[in-house]
Design a protein around this ligand. Structure first.
Ligand code: DAH
Length: 387
Protein backbone atom coordinates (compact mmCIF):
# COMPACT_ATOMS: atom_id res chain seq x y z
CA UNK A 1 0.00 0.00 0.00
CA UNK A 2 1.41 3.41 -0.79
CA UNK A 3 1.96 6.08 1.83
CA UNK A 4 -0.98 8.19 0.78
CA UNK A 5 -3.46 5.32 1.03
CA UNK A 6 -2.11 4.26 4.39
CA UNK A 7 -2.53 7.82 5.55
CA UNK A 8 -6.15 7.91 4.44
CA UNK A 9 -7.02 4.53 5.93
CA UNK A 10 -5.35 4.83 9.28
CA UNK A 11 -5.05 8.54 9.77
CA UNK A 12 -3.56 7.82 13.16
CA UNK A 13 -0.14 9.27 12.89
CA UNK A 14 -0.85 10.94 9.60
CA UNK A 15 2.15 13.23 9.72
CA UNK A 16 4.73 10.49 9.89
CA UNK A 17 5.47 10.37 6.16
CA UNK A 18 6.79 13.73 5.09
CA UNK A 19 8.57 14.96 2.00
CA UNK A 20 11.52 15.90 4.11
CA UNK A 21 14.71 14.40 2.64
CA UNK A 22 15.56 13.13 6.12
CA UNK A 23 12.36 11.10 6.40
CA UNK A 24 13.25 7.42 6.74
CA UNK A 25 10.17 5.90 8.39
CA UNK A 26 9.01 2.78 6.53
CA UNK A 27 5.47 1.44 6.39
CA UNK A 28 6.62 -1.53 8.42
CA UNK A 29 7.56 0.79 11.26
CA UNK A 30 4.50 2.97 10.78
CA UNK A 31 2.28 -0.04 11.41
CA UNK A 32 3.90 -0.59 14.80
CA UNK A 33 2.96 2.86 16.10
CA UNK A 34 -0.52 1.97 17.34
CA UNK A 35 0.25 -1.50 18.74
CA UNK A 36 1.07 -0.46 22.32
CA UNK A 37 2.06 -3.96 23.44
CA UNK A 38 2.93 -2.57 26.87
CA UNK A 39 -0.73 -1.66 27.43
CA UNK A 40 -1.99 -5.22 26.88
CA UNK A 41 -2.47 -6.62 30.37
CA UNK A 42 -2.15 -10.28 29.30
CA UNK A 43 0.93 -9.70 27.14
CA UNK A 44 4.35 -10.50 28.66
CA UNK A 45 5.42 -6.85 28.25
CA UNK A 46 2.22 -5.60 29.89
CA UNK A 47 2.61 -8.15 32.70
CA UNK A 48 6.20 -7.09 33.36
CA UNK A 49 5.31 -3.40 33.29
CA UNK A 50 2.60 -4.02 35.90
CA UNK A 51 5.00 -5.99 38.11
CA UNK A 52 7.53 -3.13 37.99
CA UNK A 53 4.86 -0.52 38.71
CA UNK A 54 3.67 -2.62 41.66
CA UNK A 55 7.18 -2.60 43.06
CA UNK A 56 7.36 1.20 42.84
CA UNK A 57 3.93 1.57 44.45
CA UNK A 58 5.12 -0.59 47.32
CA UNK A 59 8.60 0.87 47.68
CA UNK A 60 7.39 4.49 47.54
CA UNK A 61 4.14 4.05 49.46
CA UNK A 62 4.45 7.41 51.20
CA UNK A 63 5.79 9.42 48.29
CA UNK A 64 3.96 7.85 45.36
CA UNK A 65 5.30 7.53 41.85
CA UNK A 66 3.17 8.60 38.90
CA UNK A 67 3.02 6.19 35.96
CA UNK A 68 2.92 7.46 32.38
CA UNK A 69 2.37 4.96 29.60
CA UNK A 70 0.67 6.81 26.77
CA UNK A 71 3.05 9.60 25.80
CA UNK A 72 3.43 9.89 22.04
CA UNK A 73 6.55 8.27 20.57
CA UNK A 74 6.82 11.10 18.03
CA UNK A 75 9.06 13.66 19.69
CA UNK A 76 11.29 16.58 18.77
CA UNK A 77 15.02 16.13 18.33
CA UNK A 78 15.24 18.67 21.15
CA UNK A 79 13.43 16.26 23.52
CA UNK A 80 15.10 13.09 22.27
CA UNK A 81 18.67 14.42 22.20
CA UNK A 82 19.29 17.99 23.39
CA UNK A 83 17.13 17.89 26.52
CA UNK A 84 19.19 14.97 27.83
CA UNK A 85 22.54 16.42 26.72
CA UNK A 86 23.31 13.99 23.89
CA UNK A 87 26.35 15.58 22.18
CA UNK A 88 25.83 17.12 18.70
CA UNK A 89 28.08 14.54 17.03
CA UNK A 90 26.75 11.44 18.85
CA UNK A 91 26.05 8.49 16.49
CA UNK A 92 22.51 8.08 17.81
CA UNK A 93 21.61 11.34 16.03
CA UNK A 94 22.45 9.94 12.60
CA UNK A 95 19.66 8.86 10.29
CA UNK A 96 21.44 5.53 10.08
CA UNK A 97 20.49 4.89 13.72
CA UNK A 98 17.28 6.87 14.26
CA UNK A 99 13.96 7.20 12.44
CA UNK A 100 13.45 10.79 11.36
CA UNK A 101 10.03 12.19 10.49
CA UNK A 102 11.68 15.44 9.45
CA UNK A 103 14.81 17.33 10.38
CA UNK A 104 13.52 18.22 13.85
CA UNK A 105 11.17 15.31 14.63
CA UNK A 106 12.02 11.67 15.36
CA UNK A 107 10.49 8.48 16.69
CA UNK A 108 11.94 8.48 20.21
CA UNK A 109 14.93 6.19 20.55
CA UNK A 110 14.64 6.11 24.34
CA UNK A 111 12.11 7.03 27.00
CA UNK A 112 14.67 9.48 28.43
CA UNK A 113 13.18 11.85 25.84
CA UNK A 114 10.42 12.62 28.36
CA UNK A 115 12.52 13.40 31.44
CA UNK A 116 12.76 17.13 31.02
CA UNK A 117 9.21 17.83 29.85
CA UNK A 118 7.80 15.87 32.80
CA UNK A 119 10.08 17.60 35.29
CA UNK A 120 8.98 20.94 33.83
CA UNK A 121 5.35 19.92 34.18
CA UNK A 122 5.88 19.43 37.90
CA UNK A 123 6.39 15.65 38.08
CA UNK A 124 8.95 14.68 40.75
CA UNK A 125 8.73 10.87 40.95
CA UNK A 126 7.63 9.01 37.88
CA UNK A 127 7.90 6.03 35.55
CA UNK A 128 7.44 6.33 31.80
CA UNK A 129 6.76 3.20 29.75
CA UNK A 130 6.70 3.34 25.97
CA UNK A 131 7.70 1.95 22.61
CA UNK A 132 11.07 3.13 21.33
CA UNK A 133 12.49 2.95 17.81
CA UNK A 134 16.00 2.25 16.55
CA UNK A 135 17.30 1.31 13.13
CA UNK A 136 19.27 -1.83 13.78
CA UNK A 137 20.45 -5.21 12.59
CA UNK A 138 18.08 -8.21 12.40
CA UNK A 139 18.35 -11.23 14.67
CA UNK A 140 16.65 -13.05 17.56
CA UNK A 141 17.38 -10.29 20.09
CA UNK A 142 17.14 -7.13 17.94
CA UNK A 143 13.97 -5.56 16.64
CA UNK A 144 13.61 -1.96 15.45
CA UNK A 145 10.81 -1.35 17.95
CA UNK A 146 11.09 -2.29 21.59
CA UNK A 147 9.84 -1.02 24.94
CA UNK A 148 11.55 0.86 27.71
CA UNK A 149 10.74 2.00 31.17
CA UNK A 150 12.29 5.16 32.52
CA UNK A 151 12.30 6.15 36.17
CA UNK A 152 13.09 9.50 37.78
CA UNK A 153 13.09 10.48 41.45
CA UNK A 154 13.80 14.05 42.64
CA UNK A 155 15.01 14.94 46.14
CA UNK A 156 14.78 18.25 48.02
CA UNK A 157 17.44 19.74 50.31
CA UNK A 158 15.56 18.63 53.44
CA UNK A 159 15.78 15.01 52.25
CA UNK A 160 19.58 14.93 52.43
CA UNK A 161 19.91 17.35 55.33
CA UNK A 162 17.67 15.15 57.50
CA UNK A 163 20.04 12.26 56.89
CA UNK A 164 23.23 14.30 57.16
CA UNK A 165 24.36 13.26 53.74
CA UNK A 166 25.47 15.27 50.74
CA UNK A 167 22.90 15.50 47.98
CA UNK A 168 25.03 13.28 45.78
CA UNK A 169 25.43 10.67 48.51
CA UNK A 170 21.70 10.57 49.09
CA UNK A 171 20.73 10.28 45.42
CA UNK A 172 23.43 7.69 44.83
CA UNK A 173 22.49 5.48 47.75
CA UNK A 174 18.73 5.78 47.19
CA UNK A 175 19.25 4.88 43.54
CA UNK A 176 21.14 1.73 44.43
CA UNK A 177 18.73 0.64 47.17
CA UNK A 178 15.71 1.18 44.95
CA UNK A 179 17.10 -0.66 41.93
CA UNK A 180 18.60 -3.54 43.90
CA UNK A 181 15.13 -3.97 45.41
CA UNK A 182 13.59 -3.92 41.94
CA UNK A 183 15.97 -6.61 40.71
CA UNK A 184 15.13 -8.80 43.72
CA UNK A 185 11.43 -8.19 43.09
CA UNK A 186 11.93 -9.46 39.52
CA UNK A 187 14.59 -12.15 39.94
CA UNK A 188 14.37 -13.21 43.59
CA UNK A 189 17.65 -13.70 45.45
CA UNK A 190 20.27 -13.30 42.76
CA UNK A 191 23.89 -12.17 42.56
CA UNK A 192 24.24 -8.64 41.18
CA UNK A 193 26.98 -6.08 40.63
CA UNK A 194 27.30 -2.38 39.79
CA UNK A 195 29.46 -1.48 36.82
CA UNK A 196 30.59 2.07 36.01
CA UNK A 197 29.12 3.34 32.76
CA UNK A 198 28.70 6.49 30.72
CA UNK A 199 25.47 8.23 29.78
CA UNK A 200 25.38 11.91 28.82
CA UNK A 201 22.45 12.58 31.14
CA UNK A 202 23.90 11.18 34.38
CA UNK A 203 27.06 11.54 36.45
CA UNK A 204 28.01 9.16 37.96
CA UNK A 205 26.45 6.52 35.70
CA UNK A 206 26.13 2.79 36.25
CA UNK A 207 24.84 -0.40 34.78
CA UNK A 208 23.39 -3.06 37.02
CA UNK A 209 24.27 -6.63 36.09
CA UNK A 210 22.89 -9.92 37.35
CA UNK A 211 24.54 -13.33 37.34
CA UNK A 212 22.08 -15.48 35.45
CA UNK A 213 22.58 -18.91 33.84
CA UNK A 214 26.32 -18.68 34.29
CA UNK A 215 26.89 -15.22 32.85
CA UNK A 216 26.71 -11.54 33.81
CA UNK A 217 23.83 -9.78 32.10
CA UNK A 218 23.21 -6.06 32.03
CA UNK A 219 19.66 -5.31 33.14
CA UNK A 220 19.50 -1.50 33.30
CA UNK A 221 21.35 1.80 32.98
CA UNK A 222 21.09 4.55 35.57
CA UNK A 223 22.79 7.35 37.44
CA UNK A 224 22.53 10.65 39.23
CA UNK A 225 20.92 13.17 36.91
CA UNK A 226 23.18 15.88 35.48
CA UNK A 227 22.66 19.16 37.33
CA UNK A 228 22.11 21.09 34.12
CA UNK A 229 18.95 19.07 33.38
CA UNK A 230 17.56 20.01 36.79
CA UNK A 231 18.62 23.64 36.22
CA UNK A 232 16.68 23.63 32.97
CA UNK A 233 13.58 22.49 34.89
CA UNK A 234 14.12 25.25 37.52
CA UNK A 235 15.11 22.59 40.04
CA UNK A 236 18.68 23.78 40.52
CA UNK A 237 18.62 23.25 44.28
CA UNK A 238 17.41 19.66 43.91
CA UNK A 239 19.02 16.30 43.12
CA UNK A 240 17.64 13.34 41.22
CA UNK A 241 18.39 9.84 40.09
CA UNK A 242 17.21 8.27 36.85
CA UNK A 243 17.24 4.85 35.23
CA UNK A 244 16.15 3.18 32.00
CA UNK A 245 15.51 -0.48 31.26
CA UNK A 246 14.45 -2.52 28.23
CA UNK A 247 11.33 -4.60 28.83
CA UNK A 248 11.88 -7.17 26.05
CA UNK A 249 15.28 -8.11 27.34
CA UNK A 250 13.97 -8.75 30.85
CA UNK A 251 10.82 -10.51 29.63
CA UNK A 252 12.91 -12.84 27.42
CA UNK A 253 14.95 -13.85 30.46
CA UNK A 254 12.11 -14.08 32.97
CA UNK A 255 9.58 -15.90 30.77
CA UNK A 256 12.12 -17.87 28.69
CA UNK A 257 11.04 -16.29 25.39
CA UNK A 258 13.66 -17.25 22.77
CA UNK A 259 12.97 -14.75 19.97
CA UNK A 260 12.12 -11.03 20.21
CA UNK A 261 9.72 -11.26 17.25
CA UNK A 262 7.40 -13.46 19.30
CA UNK A 263 6.24 -10.37 21.23
CA UNK A 264 4.55 -9.21 18.02
CA UNK A 265 2.85 -12.44 17.05
CA UNK A 266 -0.91 -12.85 17.26
CA UNK A 267 -0.57 -16.66 17.30
CA UNK A 268 -2.76 -18.03 20.10
CA UNK A 269 -0.12 -20.64 20.90
CA UNK A 270 1.91 -17.67 22.18
CA UNK A 271 -0.73 -15.38 23.65
CA UNK A 272 -2.67 -18.03 25.54
CA UNK A 273 0.44 -18.75 27.64
CA UNK A 274 0.39 -15.33 29.32
CA UNK A 275 -2.06 -14.00 31.89
CA UNK A 276 -2.00 -10.92 34.11
CA UNK A 277 -0.98 -11.92 37.64
CA UNK A 278 0.99 -15.01 36.56
CA UNK A 279 4.40 -13.54 37.36
CA UNK A 280 6.53 -14.99 40.18
CA UNK A 281 9.91 -13.53 41.13
CA UNK A 282 12.69 -15.23 39.19
CA UNK A 283 10.11 -17.38 37.44
CA UNK A 284 10.10 -19.75 40.44
CA UNK A 285 6.86 -21.73 40.47
CA UNK A 286 5.70 -19.89 37.36
CA UNK A 287 4.79 -21.60 34.10
CA UNK A 288 7.39 -20.26 31.67
CA UNK A 289 6.92 -19.99 27.94
CA UNK A 290 7.00 -23.38 26.26
CA UNK A 291 8.16 -23.13 22.66
CA UNK A 292 5.96 -24.59 20.02
CA UNK A 293 7.57 -26.17 17.00
CA UNK A 294 9.15 -23.77 14.57
CA UNK A 295 8.45 -23.78 10.88
CA UNK A 296 11.45 -24.46 8.63
CA UNK A 297 13.80 -21.60 7.70
CA UNK A 298 14.77 -20.73 4.15
CA UNK A 299 18.26 -19.33 3.53
CA UNK A 300 19.19 -17.00 0.68
CA UNK A 301 22.63 -15.53 0.08
CA UNK A 302 23.42 -12.41 -1.88
CA UNK A 303 26.88 -11.14 -2.84
CA UNK A 304 27.63 -7.70 -4.16
CA UNK A 305 30.30 -5.08 -4.71
CA UNK A 306 29.93 -1.87 -2.73
CA UNK A 307 30.09 1.29 -4.82
CA UNK A 308 33.38 3.16 -4.41
CA UNK A 309 31.85 6.60 -4.55
CA UNK A 310 28.60 6.12 -2.62
CA UNK A 311 27.89 5.93 1.09
CA UNK A 312 24.33 4.76 0.67
CA UNK A 313 25.00 1.20 1.72
CA UNK A 314 25.07 0.49 5.47
CA UNK A 315 24.09 -2.70 7.26
CA UNK A 316 21.22 -0.91 9.04
CA UNK A 317 19.86 0.43 5.76
CA UNK A 318 20.09 -3.04 4.21
CA UNK A 319 18.14 -4.47 7.17
CA UNK A 320 15.56 -1.73 6.86
CA UNK A 321 15.14 -2.49 3.16
CA UNK A 322 14.77 -6.24 3.78
CA UNK A 323 12.20 -5.57 6.49
CA UNK A 324 10.29 -3.28 4.20
CA UNK A 325 10.06 -6.11 1.65
CA UNK A 326 9.65 -9.14 3.92
CA UNK A 327 8.15 -7.72 7.12
CA UNK A 328 7.98 -10.34 9.88
CA UNK A 329 9.20 -13.07 7.54
CA UNK A 330 12.83 -12.06 7.86
CA UNK A 331 14.45 -13.67 10.87
CA UNK A 332 18.10 -12.79 10.43
CA UNK A 333 20.44 -10.82 8.19
CA UNK A 334 24.04 -11.84 8.64
CA UNK A 335 27.29 -10.76 6.98
CA UNK A 336 28.99 -14.07 6.20
CA UNK A 337 31.86 -12.90 4.00
CA UNK A 338 33.66 -9.67 3.26
CA UNK A 339 36.80 -9.08 1.22
CA UNK A 340 38.69 -6.32 -0.50
CA UNK A 341 39.98 -6.73 -4.04
CA UNK A 342 43.02 -4.44 -4.37
CA UNK A 343 43.13 -4.73 -8.16
CA UNK A 344 39.58 -3.45 -8.50
CA UNK A 345 39.88 -1.31 -5.36
CA UNK A 346 36.46 -2.64 -4.39
CA UNK A 347 34.90 -4.37 -1.41
CA UNK A 348 32.58 -7.33 -1.69
CA UNK A 349 30.00 -8.37 0.90
CA UNK A 350 28.04 -11.56 1.13
CA UNK A 351 24.93 -11.57 3.33
CA UNK A 352 22.85 -14.56 4.36
CA UNK A 353 19.14 -13.90 4.85
CA UNK A 354 17.10 -16.30 6.94
CA UNK A 355 13.44 -16.19 6.04
CA UNK A 356 11.03 -17.88 8.41
CA UNK A 357 7.44 -17.40 9.44
CA UNK A 358 6.34 -17.87 13.02
CA UNK A 359 2.91 -18.91 11.79
CA UNK A 360 3.25 -21.18 8.72
CA UNK A 361 5.56 -22.83 6.19
CA UNK A 362 6.82 -20.51 3.46
CA UNK A 363 6.73 -21.68 -0.14
CA UNK A 364 9.81 -21.56 -2.38
CA UNK A 365 7.97 -19.29 -4.77
CA UNK A 366 7.09 -16.78 -2.14
CA UNK A 367 10.64 -16.60 -0.77
CA UNK A 368 12.12 -16.34 -4.26
CA UNK A 369 9.84 -13.42 -4.99
CA UNK A 370 10.86 -11.64 -1.81
CA UNK A 371 14.52 -12.26 -2.56
CA UNK A 372 14.14 -10.93 -6.09
CA UNK A 373 12.59 -7.73 -4.76
CA UNK A 374 15.39 -7.33 -2.25
CA UNK A 375 18.02 -7.87 -4.95
CA UNK A 376 16.57 -5.29 -7.29
CA UNK A 377 16.01 -2.71 -4.57
CA UNK A 378 19.58 -3.25 -3.37
CA UNK A 379 20.81 -2.16 -6.78
CA UNK A 380 18.36 0.73 -7.15
CA UNK A 381 18.57 2.17 -3.67
CA UNK A 382 21.94 1.20 -2.23
CA UNK A 383 24.15 1.57 -5.31
CA UNK A 384 25.63 -1.93 -5.11
CA UNK A 385 26.55 -4.22 -8.01
CA UNK A 386 25.31 -7.78 -7.66
CA UNK A 387 27.88 -10.50 -8.31
N1 DAH B 1 18.37 6.02 27.77
C1 DAH B 1 19.30 4.94 28.03
C2 DAH B 1 19.29 3.98 26.84
O1 DAH B 1 18.36 3.97 26.09
C3 DAH B 1 18.94 4.21 29.29
C4 DAH B 1 19.19 5.05 30.52
C5 DAH B 1 20.42 5.04 31.11
C6 DAH B 1 18.20 5.87 31.02
C7 DAH B 1 20.68 5.81 32.23
C8 DAH B 1 18.44 6.67 32.16
C9 DAH B 1 19.69 6.62 32.75
O2 DAH B 1 17.53 7.47 32.68
O3 DAH B 1 19.90 7.37 33.84
O4 DAH B 1 20.22 3.21 26.69
Amino acid sequence: MNHLLLRVFLNLYADIFTDDPKNNVSEYIYEKLDKNLHLQTNHPLGILKTVIEEYFSMHFKHKPFTFYDDLTPIVSTQANFDSVLVPPDHVSRSSNDTYYVDDSTVLRCHTSAHQLELLKSGARRFLVTGDVYRRDSIDATHFPVFHQMEGVCVFEPQDWEARQLSSLELANSELKITLEGLVRHLFGEIEMRWVDAYFPFTEPSYELEIFFNGEWLEVLGCGVMQKSILDEASLGSHRAWAFGLGLERLAMILFDIPDIRLFWTTDLRFSKQFKAGMFRAGGVGMQKFSSYSKFPPCYKDVSFWLAKDSTRFTENTLCELVRDVAGNLIEEVKLIDEFYNPKLDQTSNCFRFTYRSMERSLTDDEVNQLQEQVRSRLVDELDVTLR
